[in-house]
Unconditional design. Structure first.
Length: 464
């Protein structure tokens, strides 16, 4: 009878005890595993673990993914049902892997002396992760990628989440949580915060935000209200705005988006105010200018240019502000004087002058074809659709499937199932309200916390 009872007890405890053992080893085995695998030129390390985490090297046996375990190129990191892993790569990239995830470190090469030669390629096979990228992504466009079976993410120095959903993102409720303990939250709308995006460029382009942070811009890169966009020597750029305005920036130009507000349902309430601090531009005003011309203006140190549904060139020169018009009419205000400038008329400060010959490389922006729906639009999408979701918290991500792509900026969410690439109009709650710790957040590392967060019944834990 005692033998039979013992057998029943073993069957009852077998599954939770195995999970407990894995969790226990994930906490305690890290430093030992790290000492056994430490080698020069590693890709990074596991900076924290909860639950079951394993690492499969290219060669050798599977290792327990404890804190301190060194990671190398080719390693496949896996998290169990209740596993979470904090990963620190050698360029400073930090990631939090979700439960039930698999990630391969395909390439992680940081060359401090020559950052442009650095590269990072991550393969997401299952589940997802949250990331804050490091120095490799900041080295320039094309240095960092995340690959899935159907899409490639081009990373432009950013904070983002990537998750492969299998109809499990429609709920923000953890899979193990009772419905009553975690009420469903309403799905929020997907919002595009960018005022404009770069649609063409040559050379080097940067943006400085209102807090003084400078970032490198690539094609598709977002420009926000308060940003100052700067072109380098022999560099040009074309910006397309959400209200369908387009601006071509000349070399050595500094252009600030001082104020931009636009709702396609209320274009008359929109505002477009820009400052040309240095250099030159060609501008073609959009829907705000058509609906409410008085709400659009371009400013320099000496003049304010108001528009009447207009195409114009503005240059800041030693002698002052030069304005010439090729579509519509502008009104140049200098002090208390106003001068109307029609097509073919050119002014320098408050005097009519000879028109400046604009180089051919400075394309008139009205002739540039732009797909504004792809740049800024959203599409209806089922919240439980299976595929790859990407949420950008800061920076710029490009989701590419073949020759189709969309660019995402801060606050935007993108989706692809290998056939379509869109911004879903409504963000699934499982993406919007993800409870996975952000990179840099700490994880509980005591055994009691492991059990309390794992969904296991700690009454089955052996105690002395």
């Amino acid at each position: 009878m005692a033998l039979k009872a013992h057998s029943v007890m073993l069957r009852v405890l077998r599954v939770p005890m195995l999970a407990v053992l894995g969790a226990f080893l994930a906490v305690l085995a890290g430093p030992i595993a790290s000492a056994q695998t430490q080698s020069a030129g590693g890709a990074g390390r596991i900076d924290g673990a909860r639950g079951v985490v394993t690492v499969q090297p290219v060669r050798g046996p599977v290792q327990i993914g404890g804190r301190g375990l060194q990671l190398n190129e080719g390693d496949r990191i896996s998290t169990g049902t209740d596993g979470i892993a904090l990963i620190l790569l050698n360029d400073g990239t930090r990631m939090t892997m979700r439960p039930n995830s698999q990630l391969v470190l395909e390439t992680v090469r940081y060359v401090a002396a020559r950052p442009a030669e650095s590269s990072m390629v991550l393969g997401l096979l299952k589940g997802g992760f949250r990331a804050v990228t490091g120095l490799i992504a900041k080295a320039g466009p094309g240095t960092s990628q995340v690959r899935t079976a159907t899409a490639t993410l081009g990373i432009r120095g950013t904070e983002f989440d990537a998750r492969l959903c299998e109809k499990d993102c429609a709920s923000a409720r953890p899979a193990s949580a009772p419905a009553a303990s975690a009420p469903q939250r309403a799905a929020p709308r997907n919002r595009v915060l960018a005022a404009a995006r770069v649609v063409r460029m040559r050379g080097d382009l940067t943006a400085r935000d209102a807090n003084g942070r400078v970032r490198i811009l690539a094609e598709g890169g977002p420009v926000y209200p308060g940003d100052t966009v700067a072109t380098a020597d022999r560099s040009i750029a074309i910006l397309a705005f959400r209200d369908e305005s387009k601006v071509t920036l000349a070399s050595n130009t500094q252009f600030r988006v001082t104020d931009f507000v636009f709702d396609p349902k209320q274009p008359r309430e929109g505002r477009f105010v820009a400052n040309l601090l240095q250099g030159g531009l060609r501008a073609f005003t959009g829907l705000v200018g058509k609906a409410q011309p008085a709400n659009v203006s371009f400013r320099t140190a000496t003049a304010t240019i108001g528009v009447r549904g207009t195409g114009m060139d503005i240059f800041v020169e030693p002698g002052g502000t030069r304005v010439q018009t090729w579509d519509g009419i502008v009104v140049v205000q200098i002090g208390d004087r106003q001068i109307e400038v029609g097509v073919g008329v050119c002014t320098l400060e408050d005097k009519t002058t000879q028109c400046r010959i604009v180089p051919d490389e400075l394309t008139r922006p009205d002739g540039v074809q732009v797909d504004f729906d792809t740049l800024f639009g959203t599409a209806d999408q089922d919240a439980d659709a299976a595929g790859l979701y990407v949420q950008v918290r800061d920076g710029h991500i490009r989701i590419q499937v073949g020759d189709r792509f969309i660019d995402l900026g801060a606050g935007e969410v993108g989706f692809t199932d290998g056939r379509i690439v869109v911004r879903p109009a409504v963000v699934p709650p499982g993406i919007a309200f993800d409870g996975t710790p952000l990179p840099g957040d700490s994880l509980p590392n005591d055994i009691g916390s492991l059990f309390s967060n794992s969904g296991l019944d700690n009454r089955n834990v052996c105690t002395p």
